[in-house]
Every structure is written in C-alpha cells, then in structure tokens.
Design a protein around this ligand. Structure first.
Ligand SMILES: [Zn+2]
Length: 116
C-alpha cells in the first residue's frame, strides 16, 4: 500500500524532530493532505500505529485536515480553486488560458506536533 511508505517518511521526520527537541512522547501529528491525494485517513492511522510501535511516537494520533486543490494560470498568474477549474473545463476563469497547473491539493505535509 502507498500509505505505508508515506507513514514511514512521516515517522522518520517526526522522530528526528522529537530527538532534536528532546520530546519524550509524541501525542498527535497534525497533517495536511491535499483533497486530490489518494491517501486514506484510516489506512494512514493503521500503518502509522504499526510502524511507530516501540518509538516515541507510539500511539500518536494523526489529525488529518484535507486541503483544497488550487490551480494557477501560467498565462496571467491568477490562482483559483479546482472546483472552478472543473466548471471552466480546466481553463483560467480570468483569461481562458488552458496553461494551468496544480499548485495545491496533492501530496501531504506535517503541520505540527503535539508532544510531551
Ligand atoms: Zn489566466
């Protein structure tokens, strides 16, 4: 599963942070996950519980916030929501250019940690 490699990376970052800041226990990890990402919350927590066993982050709760997808127009620089893009057949609502790229809504990142 795709989620397994993701949680391994998250755990590595979290543990490096925990060591650096002399954290005893990580209680919760706040993540932002793009709405277009195929990561599923329940699998993330499931795999995280598995890979974090015996570490300082064992039993940490993943708090996942879905981030809305946004596009930016390559022609005029306008940025707009993915929902707007879908209505406009992926063209810029300002100048109608179809040279638009996704600037948010894919992938994930660690927002902050709750720790002791
Ligand atoms: Zn435009």
């Amino acid at each position: 599963m795709h989620e397994l490699s993701v949680v391994e990376k998250i755990l590595a970052v979290v543990l490096a942070h925990a060591v650096k800041h002399r954290v005893k226990r990580v209680l919760a990890i706040h993540l932002e996950v793009g709405e277009l990402s195929d990561l599923e919350d329940r699998w993330l927590q499931h795999y995280f519980d598995h890979v974090s066993k015996g570490s300082r982050a064992e039993k940490a709760r993943l708090v996942i916030v879905r981030m809305p997808a946004r596009l930016q127009c390559g022609a005029c620089g306008h940025d707009f929501s993915f929902a707007t893009a879908a209505e406009q057949a992926n063209a810029c609502p300002r100048c109608s250019s179809t040279d638009c790229r996704l600037i948010a809504g894919q992938g994930y990142f660690i927002k902050h940690l709750e720790a002791l």
